[in-house]
Design a protein around this ligand. Structure first.
Ligand SMILES: Cc1cc2nc3c(=O)[nH]c(=O)nc-3n(C[C@H](O)[C@H](O)[C@H](O)COP(=O)(O)OP(=O)(O)OC[C@H]3O[C@@H](n4cnc5c(N)ncnc54)[C@H](O)[C@@H]3O)c2cc1C
Length: 491
Protein backbone atom coordinates (compact mmCIF):
# COMPACT_ATOMS: atom_id res chain seq x y z
CA UNK A 1 0.00 0.00 0.00
CA UNK A 2 1.34 3.47 -0.90
CA UNK A 3 2.45 5.56 2.03
CA UNK A 4 -0.01 8.15 3.32
CA UNK A 5 0.61 11.79 2.49
CA UNK A 6 1.53 13.64 5.69
CA UNK A 7 0.03 17.03 6.61
CA UNK A 8 0.65 19.07 9.74
CA UNK A 9 -1.58 21.94 10.89
CA UNK A 10 -2.97 23.57 14.04
CA UNK A 11 -6.60 22.74 13.34
CA UNK A 12 -8.04 20.03 11.11
CA UNK A 13 -11.64 20.82 10.21
CA UNK A 14 -13.74 17.96 8.86
CA UNK A 15 -16.33 19.34 6.46
CA UNK A 16 -16.59 22.60 4.53
CA UNK A 17 -20.26 23.57 5.03
CA UNK A 18 -21.52 26.48 7.11
CA UNK A 19 -20.02 25.28 10.39
CA UNK A 20 -16.69 24.22 8.87
CA UNK A 21 -16.12 27.49 7.02
CA UNK A 22 -17.14 29.61 10.03
CA UNK A 23 -14.73 27.61 12.20
CA UNK A 24 -11.98 28.13 9.66
CA UNK A 25 -12.54 31.90 9.41
CA UNK A 26 -12.55 32.28 13.19
CA UNK A 27 -9.42 30.14 13.57
CA UNK A 28 -7.56 32.13 10.93
CA UNK A 29 -8.64 35.39 12.56
CA UNK A 30 -7.06 34.13 15.78
CA UNK A 31 -3.83 33.34 13.93
CA UNK A 32 -4.12 29.54 13.86
CA UNK A 33 -3.37 27.45 10.79
CA UNK A 34 -6.53 25.68 9.63
CA UNK A 35 -7.25 23.17 6.88
CA UNK A 36 -10.73 21.94 5.99
CA UNK A 37 -10.97 18.39 4.64
CA UNK A 38 -14.02 17.88 2.44
CA UNK A 39 -15.11 14.53 1.04
CA UNK A 40 -17.06 16.07 -1.86
CA UNK A 41 -15.32 17.51 -4.92
CA UNK A 42 -16.61 21.01 -4.07
CA UNK A 43 -16.96 22.86 -0.77
CA UNK A 44 -20.22 24.16 0.68
CA UNK A 45 -22.12 21.14 2.02
CA UNK A 46 -25.84 21.33 2.58
CA UNK A 47 -25.43 24.96 3.56
CA UNK A 48 -24.72 25.99 -0.04
CA UNK A 49 -27.97 24.43 -1.34
CA UNK A 50 -30.02 25.69 1.61
CA UNK A 51 -32.60 28.46 1.64
CA UNK A 52 -30.01 30.67 3.31
CA UNK A 53 -32.45 31.67 6.05
CA UNK A 54 -31.13 32.43 9.55
CA UNK A 55 -33.12 33.37 12.62
CA UNK A 56 -31.78 36.76 13.67
CA UNK A 57 -33.10 38.75 16.62
CA UNK A 58 -33.11 42.55 16.60
CA UNK A 59 -31.86 43.02 13.04
CA UNK A 60 -31.96 46.23 10.97
CA UNK A 61 -34.20 44.34 8.51
CA UNK A 62 -36.72 43.70 11.29
CA UNK A 63 -36.62 47.39 12.25
CA UNK A 64 -37.13 48.45 8.61
CA UNK A 65 -40.26 46.29 8.62
CA UNK A 66 -41.51 47.77 11.87
CA UNK A 67 -40.84 44.59 13.87
CA UNK A 68 -40.06 44.99 17.56
CA UNK A 69 -38.13 41.97 18.78
CA UNK A 70 -36.14 41.11 21.87
CA UNK A 71 -33.98 38.16 22.95
CA UNK A 72 -36.51 37.39 25.71
CA UNK A 73 -39.40 37.21 23.25
CA UNK A 74 -37.39 34.99 20.90
CA UNK A 75 -36.33 32.71 23.74
CA UNK A 76 -39.93 32.41 24.88
CA UNK A 77 -41.04 31.40 21.36
CA UNK A 78 -38.11 28.98 21.11
CA UNK A 79 -39.05 27.16 24.34
CA UNK A 80 -42.75 27.04 23.54
CA UNK A 81 -42.02 25.52 20.13
CA UNK A 82 -39.07 23.24 20.92
CA UNK A 83 -40.40 21.89 24.21
CA UNK A 84 -38.63 20.35 27.15
CA UNK A 85 -35.66 18.99 25.21
CA UNK A 86 -34.35 22.43 24.11
CA UNK A 87 -30.75 23.00 25.20
CA UNK A 88 -31.69 26.25 26.92
CA UNK A 89 -28.16 27.53 27.48
CA UNK A 90 -27.24 27.10 23.83
CA UNK A 91 -30.56 28.56 22.68
CA UNK A 92 -29.95 31.68 24.79
CA UNK A 93 -26.33 31.86 23.66
CA UNK A 94 -27.35 31.78 20.00
CA UNK A 95 -30.26 34.19 20.32
CA UNK A 96 -28.21 36.71 22.27
CA UNK A 97 -25.35 36.62 19.76
CA UNK A 98 -27.29 36.34 16.50
CA UNK A 99 -27.20 40.06 15.71
CA UNK A 100 -23.51 40.89 16.06
CA UNK A 101 -21.90 37.49 15.74
CA UNK A 102 -23.92 36.33 12.76
CA UNK A 103 -25.80 39.16 11.01
CA UNK A 104 -23.13 41.89 11.17
CA UNK A 105 -20.24 39.42 11.09
CA UNK A 106 -21.53 37.89 7.85
CA UNK A 107 -22.16 41.36 6.41
CA UNK A 108 -18.51 42.13 7.15
CA UNK A 109 -17.60 39.15 4.94
CA UNK A 110 -19.70 40.49 2.06
CA UNK A 111 -22.98 38.68 2.72
CA UNK A 112 -26.09 40.73 1.86
CA UNK A 113 -29.18 40.03 3.94
CA UNK A 114 -32.04 40.31 1.46
CA UNK A 115 -35.31 40.06 3.38
CA UNK A 116 -37.04 38.85 6.51
CA UNK A 117 -40.10 36.61 6.68
CA UNK A 118 -42.52 34.91 9.04
CA UNK A 119 -42.27 31.24 9.96
CA UNK A 120 -44.54 29.01 12.06
CA UNK A 121 -44.06 29.30 15.83
CA UNK A 122 -42.55 32.80 15.79
CA UNK A 123 -44.52 35.69 17.21
CA UNK A 124 -42.70 38.11 14.86
CA UNK A 125 -40.80 37.91 11.56
CA UNK A 126 -37.22 36.69 12.12
CA UNK A 127 -36.35 34.36 9.22
CA UNK A 128 -33.63 36.41 7.57
CA UNK A 129 -32.58 35.33 4.10
CA UNK A 130 -29.28 36.05 2.48
CA UNK A 131 -29.15 37.21 -1.14
CA UNK A 132 -29.01 34.18 -3.50
CA UNK A 133 -29.99 31.97 -0.56
CA UNK A 134 -27.39 29.49 0.73
CA UNK A 135 -25.33 29.93 -2.42
CA UNK A 136 -24.79 33.63 -1.74
CA UNK A 137 -24.03 33.09 1.92
CA UNK A 138 -21.62 30.21 1.44
CA UNK A 139 -19.81 31.77 -1.52
CA UNK A 140 -18.77 34.61 0.79
CA UNK A 141 -17.81 32.30 3.65
CA UNK A 142 -15.68 30.09 1.40
CA UNK A 143 -13.99 33.14 -0.13
CA UNK A 144 -13.40 34.61 3.33
CA UNK A 145 -11.75 31.43 4.58
CA UNK A 146 -9.54 31.10 1.51
CA UNK A 147 -8.81 34.83 1.53
CA UNK A 148 -7.40 34.48 5.04
CA UNK A 149 -5.03 31.74 3.93
CA UNK A 150 -7.29 28.83 4.87
CA UNK A 151 -7.01 25.73 2.71
CA UNK A 152 -9.78 23.39 1.58
CA UNK A 153 -8.63 19.90 0.63
CA UNK A 154 -11.49 18.44 -1.42
CA UNK A 155 -12.14 14.78 -2.30
CA UNK A 156 -10.79 13.83 1.10
CA UNK A 157 -12.95 11.90 3.52
CA UNK A 158 -11.96 11.68 7.19
CA UNK A 159 -11.99 8.04 8.24
CA UNK A 160 -10.58 8.18 11.77
CA UNK A 161 -9.94 10.63 14.57
CA UNK A 162 -6.49 9.87 15.99
CA UNK A 163 -6.03 9.69 19.75
CA UNK A 164 -2.91 9.45 21.85
CA UNK A 165 -4.01 8.54 25.34
CA UNK A 166 -6.96 10.83 26.00
CA UNK A 167 -5.86 13.50 23.54
CA UNK A 168 -6.89 13.97 19.93
CA UNK A 169 -3.84 14.31 17.68
CA UNK A 170 -5.28 14.57 14.17
CA UNK A 171 -7.20 12.58 11.61
CA UNK A 172 -6.76 9.96 8.93
CA UNK A 173 -8.45 10.54 5.61
CA UNK A 174 -8.83 8.93 2.20
CA UNK A 175 -9.64 10.11 -1.31
CA UNK A 176 -12.90 8.23 -2.03
CA UNK A 177 -12.02 8.00 -5.77
CA UNK A 178 -8.33 7.10 -5.81
CA UNK A 179 -7.91 5.55 -2.36
CA UNK A 180 -4.98 7.91 -1.71
CA UNK A 181 -4.47 8.23 2.06
CA UNK A 182 -3.72 11.34 4.08
CA UNK A 183 -2.47 11.43 7.63
CA UNK A 184 -3.03 14.72 9.42
CA UNK A 185 -1.34 15.78 12.63
CA UNK A 186 -3.06 18.66 14.41
CA UNK A 187 -3.48 20.22 17.83
CA UNK A 188 -7.25 20.26 17.48
CA UNK A 189 -9.94 18.68 15.30
CA UNK A 190 -13.31 20.31 14.52
CA UNK A 191 -16.01 17.90 13.37
CA UNK A 192 -18.38 19.83 11.08
CA UNK A 193 -19.69 16.97 8.97
CA UNK A 194 -23.40 17.88 8.91
CA UNK A 195 -26.36 15.63 9.67
CA UNK A 196 -27.38 12.10 8.70
CA UNK A 197 -30.66 12.52 6.87
CA UNK A 198 -29.22 11.29 3.58
CA UNK A 199 -28.55 7.94 5.23
CA UNK A 200 -31.90 6.17 5.54
CA UNK A 201 -30.41 3.33 7.58
CA UNK A 202 -29.27 5.79 10.26
CA UNK A 203 -32.61 7.61 10.17
CA UNK A 204 -34.46 4.35 10.82
CA UNK A 205 -31.97 3.31 13.48
CA UNK A 206 -32.77 6.56 15.30
CA UNK A 207 -36.52 6.17 14.61
CA UNK A 208 -37.31 2.43 14.64
CA UNK A 209 -41.00 3.33 15.00
CA UNK A 210 -40.93 4.40 11.33
CA UNK A 211 -39.46 1.19 9.96
CA UNK A 212 -42.75 0.05 8.45
CA UNK A 213 -43.36 3.33 6.61
CA UNK A 214 -41.83 4.86 3.54
CA UNK A 215 -39.49 7.62 4.74
CA UNK A 216 -37.42 9.65 2.28
CA UNK A 217 -33.87 10.93 2.52
CA UNK A 218 -33.93 14.71 2.28
CA UNK A 219 -30.68 16.43 3.21
CA UNK A 220 -27.63 17.31 1.12
CA UNK A 221 -25.61 14.47 -0.43
CA UNK A 222 -22.86 14.72 2.24
CA UNK A 223 -25.26 14.28 5.18
CA UNK A 224 -24.45 10.63 5.73
CA UNK A 225 -23.57 10.73 9.43
CA UNK A 226 -19.94 9.77 8.90
CA UNK A 227 -18.79 12.32 11.51
CA UNK A 228 -21.16 10.85 14.11
CA UNK A 229 -19.46 7.48 13.64
CA UNK A 230 -15.96 8.97 13.95
CA UNK A 231 -16.87 10.80 17.16
CA UNK A 232 -18.53 7.76 18.69
CA UNK A 233 -15.39 5.72 17.98
CA UNK A 234 -13.32 8.45 19.67
CA UNK A 235 -15.47 8.18 22.81
CA UNK A 236 -17.85 11.09 22.16
CA UNK A 237 -21.45 11.05 23.32
CA UNK A 238 -24.34 11.32 20.87
CA UNK A 239 -27.68 12.59 22.08
CA UNK A 240 -31.32 13.17 20.96
CA UNK A 241 -30.75 11.35 17.66
CA UNK A 242 -34.46 10.61 17.42
CA UNK A 243 -35.13 14.36 17.05
CA UNK A 244 -35.47 14.42 13.27
CA UNK A 245 -37.24 17.31 11.55
CA UNK A 246 -39.54 16.00 8.83
CA UNK A 247 -41.32 17.84 6.04
CA UNK A 248 -44.24 16.35 4.18
CA UNK A 249 -44.62 18.34 0.97
CA UNK A 250 -42.27 15.95 -0.76
CA UNK A 251 -42.51 13.12 -3.25
CA UNK A 252 -39.98 10.39 -4.14
CA UNK A 253 -37.35 11.32 -6.71
CA UNK A 254 -38.14 8.84 -9.46
CA UNK A 255 -34.72 9.54 -11.03
CA UNK A 256 -32.95 8.23 -7.93
CA UNK A 257 -32.16 4.57 -8.70
CA UNK A 258 -32.97 3.49 -5.12
CA UNK A 259 -35.91 5.93 -4.96
CA UNK A 260 -34.87 6.79 -1.41
CA UNK A 261 -34.45 10.50 -2.01
CA UNK A 262 -37.35 12.91 -1.87
CA UNK A 263 -38.12 16.10 -3.78
CA UNK A 264 -39.63 18.99 -1.88
CA UNK A 265 -42.16 20.90 -3.96
CA UNK A 266 -43.83 24.22 -3.22
CA UNK A 267 -46.04 26.95 -4.62
CA UNK A 268 -49.18 24.95 -5.22
CA UNK A 269 -51.17 27.05 -2.75
CA UNK A 270 -54.67 25.93 -3.62
CA UNK A 271 -53.94 22.23 -3.24
CA UNK A 272 -55.47 19.93 -0.65
CA UNK A 273 -54.06 16.78 0.90
CA UNK A 274 -56.15 13.64 1.16
CA UNK A 275 -55.25 10.42 2.93
CA UNK A 276 -55.67 6.92 1.56
CA UNK A 277 -59.24 6.98 2.84
CA UNK A 278 -59.95 9.91 0.49
CA UNK A 279 -60.32 12.47 3.30
CA UNK A 280 -58.53 15.68 4.20
CA UNK A 281 -56.85 15.58 7.61
CA UNK A 282 -55.12 18.95 8.11
CA UNK A 283 -55.03 22.67 7.37
CA UNK A 284 -52.61 22.54 4.41
CA UNK A 285 -51.56 26.16 4.98
CA UNK A 286 -49.72 24.96 8.11
CA UNK A 287 -47.08 22.97 6.30
CA UNK A 288 -44.22 22.99 8.85
CA UNK A 289 -42.43 20.24 10.69
CA UNK A 290 -44.34 20.81 13.91
CA UNK A 291 -47.81 20.89 12.36
CA UNK A 292 -48.08 19.08 9.03
CA UNK A 293 -45.55 16.35 9.84
CA UNK A 294 -47.29 15.00 12.96
CA UNK A 295 -50.61 15.20 11.06
CA UNK A 296 -49.30 13.07 8.19
CA UNK A 297 -47.48 10.70 10.55
CA UNK A 298 -50.84 10.00 12.22
CA UNK A 299 -52.39 8.73 8.97
CA UNK A 300 -52.65 5.05 8.23
CA UNK A 301 -50.84 4.30 5.96
CA UNK A 302 -48.36 7.17 6.49
CA UNK A 303 -48.72 8.95 3.18
CA UNK A 304 -51.15 11.26 1.45
CA UNK A 305 -51.98 12.70 -1.97
CA UNK A 306 -51.58 16.38 -2.80
CA UNK A 307 -54.51 17.13 -5.09
CA UNK A 308 -54.45 20.03 -7.56
CA UNK A 309 -55.92 21.02 -10.88
CA UNK A 310 -53.91 22.20 -13.87
CA UNK A 311 -54.27 25.92 -13.08
CA UNK A 312 -52.90 25.36 -9.57
CA UNK A 313 -49.80 23.64 -10.90
CA UNK A 314 -48.46 26.47 -13.05
CA UNK A 315 -46.18 27.94 -10.37
CA UNK A 316 -45.02 24.63 -8.89
CA UNK A 317 -41.41 24.77 -7.77
CA UNK A 318 -39.19 21.77 -7.07
CA UNK A 319 -36.44 22.50 -4.53
CA UNK A 320 -33.70 20.46 -6.16
CA UNK A 321 -30.72 21.58 -8.26
CA UNK A 322 -31.94 19.50 -11.26
CA UNK A 323 -35.12 21.57 -11.46
CA UNK A 324 -33.66 25.04 -11.11
CA UNK A 325 -30.91 27.35 -12.26
CA UNK A 326 -30.16 29.66 -9.32
CA UNK A 327 -33.56 31.05 -8.42
CA UNK A 328 -35.07 30.28 -11.89
CA UNK A 329 -37.37 27.27 -12.07
CA UNK A 330 -36.82 25.18 -15.19
CA UNK A 331 -40.43 24.58 -16.21
CA UNK A 332 -39.64 21.87 -18.79
CA UNK A 333 -37.97 19.80 -16.07
CA UNK A 334 -41.00 20.22 -13.79
CA UNK A 335 -43.21 19.04 -16.71
CA UNK A 336 -40.84 16.09 -17.17
CA UNK A 337 -41.37 15.16 -13.50
CA UNK A 338 -45.16 15.47 -13.79
CA UNK A 339 -45.18 13.30 -16.89
CA UNK A 340 -42.80 10.58 -15.73
CA UNK A 341 -42.98 10.06 -11.97
CA UNK A 342 -44.88 6.92 -11.01
CA UNK A 343 -45.78 8.80 -7.79
CA UNK A 344 -47.75 11.43 -9.72
CA UNK A 345 -51.11 10.60 -11.28
CA UNK A 346 -53.11 12.66 -13.73
CA UNK A 347 -56.72 12.26 -14.89
CA UNK A 348 -59.43 14.15 -16.72
CA UNK A 349 -62.01 13.65 -14.00
CA UNK A 350 -61.94 13.35 -10.22
CA UNK A 351 -63.59 9.92 -10.40
CA UNK A 352 -60.85 8.69 -12.71
CA UNK A 353 -58.19 10.17 -10.42
CA UNK A 354 -59.74 8.40 -7.43
CA UNK A 355 -59.42 5.12 -9.28
CA UNK A 356 -55.78 5.78 -10.17
CA UNK A 357 -54.82 6.51 -6.55
CA UNK A 358 -57.01 3.74 -5.23
CA UNK A 359 -59.27 5.76 -2.95
CA UNK A 360 -63.02 5.39 -2.72
CA UNK A 361 -64.43 7.68 -5.41
CA UNK A 362 -67.60 8.95 -3.61
CA UNK A 363 -65.61 9.86 -0.46
CA UNK A 364 -62.89 11.55 -2.48
CA UNK A 365 -65.31 13.45 -4.69
CA UNK A 366 -67.24 14.52 -1.59
CA UNK A 367 -64.02 15.89 -0.06
CA UNK A 368 -63.29 18.03 -3.13
CA UNK A 369 -66.92 19.08 -3.44
CA UNK A 370 -67.04 20.39 0.17
CA UNK A 371 -63.84 22.34 -0.41
CA UNK A 372 -65.15 23.77 -3.67
CA UNK A 373 -68.35 24.83 -1.90
CA UNK A 374 -66.36 26.77 0.71
CA UNK A 375 -64.42 28.54 -2.07
CA UNK A 376 -67.60 29.23 -4.04
CA UNK A 377 -69.32 30.76 -0.99
CA UNK A 378 -66.40 33.16 -0.63
CA UNK A 379 -65.59 31.99 2.93
CA UNK A 380 -62.37 33.29 4.46
CA UNK A 381 -61.54 29.85 5.81
CA UNK A 382 -62.84 26.45 4.90
CA UNK A 383 -64.79 25.13 7.90
CA UNK A 384 -63.26 21.65 8.30
CA UNK A 385 -59.64 22.47 9.20
CA UNK A 386 -59.58 26.28 9.03
CA UNK A 387 -57.40 26.66 5.95
CA UNK A 388 -57.47 30.32 4.79
CA UNK A 389 -58.91 30.44 1.30
CA UNK A 390 -57.29 33.64 0.02
CA UNK A 391 -54.94 31.72 -2.31
CA UNK A 392 -57.44 29.01 -3.21
CA UNK A 393 -59.61 28.50 -6.26
CA UNK A 394 -62.20 26.00 -7.42
CA UNK A 395 -61.02 22.59 -8.55
CA UNK A 396 -62.35 23.06 -12.06
CA UNK A 397 -59.50 22.87 -14.57
CA UNK A 398 -58.72 19.31 -15.67
CA UNK A 399 -56.53 17.42 -15.92
CA UNK A 400 -56.38 16.91 -12.16
CA UNK A 401 -53.19 15.83 -10.43
CA UNK A 402 -52.44 13.67 -7.39
CA UNK A 403 -48.87 13.81 -6.08
CA UNK A 404 -48.05 11.16 -3.52
CA UNK A 405 -46.35 12.64 -0.47
CA UNK A 406 -44.37 10.87 2.26
CA UNK A 407 -42.42 12.14 5.30
CA UNK A 408 -39.01 13.46 4.29
CA UNK A 409 -36.16 13.57 6.83
CA UNK A 410 -34.68 17.05 6.37
CA UNK A 411 -32.75 18.19 9.46
CA UNK A 412 -31.17 16.56 12.50
CA UNK A 413 -32.03 18.18 15.82
CA UNK A 414 -29.85 15.77 17.79
CA UNK A 415 -26.18 14.89 17.45
CA UNK A 416 -22.79 15.15 19.11
CA UNK A 417 -23.02 16.51 22.66
CA UNK A 418 -20.74 19.47 23.33
CA UNK A 419 -20.30 22.07 26.02
CA UNK A 420 -20.67 25.81 25.41
CA UNK A 421 -17.15 25.94 23.92
CA UNK A 422 -18.09 23.21 21.42
CA UNK A 423 -15.77 20.73 23.14
CA UNK A 424 -17.03 17.20 22.47
CA UNK A 425 -18.16 15.54 25.70
CA UNK A 426 -17.82 11.89 26.59
CA UNK A 427 -20.52 9.88 28.33
CA UNK A 428 -19.40 11.31 31.69
CA UNK A 429 -19.89 14.81 30.21
CA UNK A 430 -16.14 15.41 30.36
CA UNK A 431 -14.49 17.10 27.36
CA UNK A 432 -12.30 15.03 25.06
CA UNK A 433 -9.09 17.02 24.76
CA UNK A 434 -8.57 18.59 21.36
CA UNK A 435 -11.93 17.51 19.91
CA UNK A 436 -14.63 20.01 18.91
CA UNK A 437 -17.94 19.68 17.05
CA UNK A 438 -20.28 22.23 15.50
CA UNK A 439 -23.20 22.54 13.14
CA UNK A 440 -25.73 19.88 12.26
CA UNK A 441 -23.32 17.11 13.34
CA UNK A 442 -23.85 18.56 16.82
CA UNK A 443 -27.65 18.84 16.41
CA UNK A 444 -26.98 22.37 14.99
CA UNK A 445 -25.17 23.38 18.22
CA UNK A 446 -24.39 21.79 21.56
CA UNK A 447 -26.22 18.53 20.82
CA UNK A 448 -29.88 19.62 20.74
CA UNK A 449 -30.28 23.40 20.60
CA UNK A 450 -33.72 23.26 18.92
CA UNK A 451 -35.29 20.56 21.07
CA UNK A 452 -38.18 18.79 19.36
CA UNK A 453 -39.12 21.55 16.88
CA UNK A 454 -37.39 24.46 15.19
CA UNK A 455 -38.60 28.00 14.54
CA UNK A 456 -36.80 27.80 11.14
CA UNK A 457 -33.56 29.58 10.41
CA UNK A 458 -32.51 27.86 13.62
CA UNK A 459 -30.47 25.28 11.72
CA UNK A 460 -28.22 27.24 9.42
CA UNK A 461 -27.88 30.14 11.88
CA UNK A 462 -26.74 28.05 14.87
CA UNK A 463 -24.58 25.88 12.57
CA UNK A 464 -22.59 28.92 11.46
CA UNK A 465 -22.52 30.47 14.92
CA UNK A 466 -21.37 27.26 16.63
CA UNK A 467 -18.75 26.89 13.88
CA UNK A 468 -17.32 30.25 14.94
CA UNK A 469 -17.36 29.20 18.60
CA UNK A 470 -15.61 25.90 17.80
CA UNK A 471 -13.01 27.66 15.62
CA UNK A 472 -12.23 30.19 18.34
CA UNK A 473 -11.77 27.62 21.08
CA UNK A 474 -9.90 25.19 18.81
CA UNK A 475 -7.50 28.05 18.00
CA UNK A 476 -7.02 28.68 21.70
CA UNK A 477 -6.35 24.95 22.24
CA UNK A 478 -3.58 25.22 19.67
CA UNK A 479 -2.06 28.24 21.43
CA UNK A 480 -3.72 31.04 19.43
CA UNK A 481 -6.00 33.60 21.03
CA UNK A 482 -8.31 33.54 24.03
CA UNK A 483 -11.16 31.54 22.57
CA UNK A 484 -14.50 32.89 21.39
CA UNK A 485 -16.27 35.66 23.26
CA UNK A 486 -18.10 37.54 20.53
CA UNK A 487 -20.42 40.47 21.11
CA UNK A 488 -23.80 39.95 22.80
CA UNK A 489 -26.94 41.65 21.44
CA UNK A 490 -27.48 43.22 24.86
CA UNK A 491 -25.37 46.27 25.58
C1 LIG B 1 -32.62 21.90 0.87
C2 LIG B 1 -32.32 22.39 2.25
C3 LIG B 1 -32.62 23.71 2.57
C4 LIG B 1 -32.31 24.20 3.84
N1 LIG B 1 -32.60 25.50 4.12
C5 LIG B 1 -32.36 25.97 5.37
C6 LIG B 1 -32.65 27.32 5.70
O1 LIG B 1 -33.06 28.13 4.88
N2 LIG B 1 -32.44 27.72 6.99
C7 LIG B 1 -31.95 26.87 7.94
O2 LIG B 1 -31.80 27.28 9.10
N3 LIG B 1 -31.59 25.61 7.63
C8 LIG B 1 -31.78 25.14 6.37
N4 LIG B 1 -31.42 23.87 6.06
C9 LIG B 1 -30.56 23.13 7.01
C10 LIG B 1 -29.12 23.68 6.94
O3 LIG B 1 -28.77 23.88 5.59
C11 LIG B 1 -28.11 22.73 7.60
O4 LIG B 1 -28.55 22.43 8.90
C12 LIG B 1 -26.73 23.37 7.64
O5 LIG B 1 -26.26 23.59 6.33
C13 LIG B 1 -25.73 22.49 8.37
O6 LIG B 1 -24.44 23.05 8.22
P1 LIG B 1 -23.16 22.17 8.53
O7 LIG B 1 -21.98 22.97 8.19
O8 LIG B 1 -23.28 21.62 9.89
O9 LIG B 1 -23.27 20.93 7.53
P2 LIG B 1 -23.18 20.91 5.95
O10 LIG B 1 -23.45 22.23 5.38
O11 LIG B 1 -24.00 19.76 5.51
O12 LIG B 1 -21.64 20.58 5.68
C14 LIG B 1 -21.07 19.35 6.07
C15 LIG B 1 -19.93 19.01 5.11
O13 LIG B 1 -19.16 17.93 5.65
C16 LIG B 1 -18.79 17.05 4.60
N5 LIG B 1 -18.47 15.74 5.21
C17 LIG B 1 -19.31 14.87 5.81
N6 LIG B 1 -18.62 13.82 6.28
C18 LIG B 1 -17.31 14.03 5.96
C19 LIG B 1 -16.10 13.29 6.18
N7 LIG B 1 -16.08 12.12 6.84
N8 LIG B 1 -14.94 13.81 5.70
C20 LIG B 1 -14.90 15.00 5.03
N9 LIG B 1 -16.03 15.73 4.79
C21 LIG B 1 -17.21 15.25 5.26
C22 LIG B 1 -20.02 17.04 3.71
O14 LIG B 1 -19.71 16.59 2.41
C23 LIG B 1 -20.44 18.52 3.76
O15 LIG B 1 -19.80 19.26 2.74
C24 LIG B 1 -31.72 23.35 4.80
C25 LIG B 1 -31.46 22.01 4.49
C26 LIG B 1 -31.75 21.53 3.23
C27 LIG B 1 -31.45 20.09 2.91
Amino acid sequence: MAEAKKIETDIAIIGSGGAGMAAGIEARDKGARAIAFEMAPEPGGTAIISGGGCMIVGSPLQKENGVEDTPDLAFDDWLKWGGSSVDEVWARYYIEHSLHDLYFWAEGLGVKWADVGMREGNSVMRWTRSERNGLGLMTHLIEAFRGRGGEIVANTKATRIKLEGDRVTGIEATNPETGERVEVTSRAVVVATGGFNSNLEMVLEARPDLRNSRIMEGSGPGSTGSGHKLVREAGGYLTHLDHIWFYVYATPDYRDPGQKRGLVFRHVPGYIWVNQQGRRFHNEALSGGNTASPALMAQEPRHAWAIADTAMMTEMEVADPYYREGSRIIREKVEELLANSPFIKKADSLAELAELIDVEAPTFEGTVERYNKAVECGLEEEPEFGKPLDSSKLFDTPPYYAIQIFPLARKNFGGIKTDIRCRVLDKHFEPIEGLFAAGEAAGMAGGHINGGAGLEGTMLGPSIFSGRVAGGWAASESGHGDGFTGKPNRG
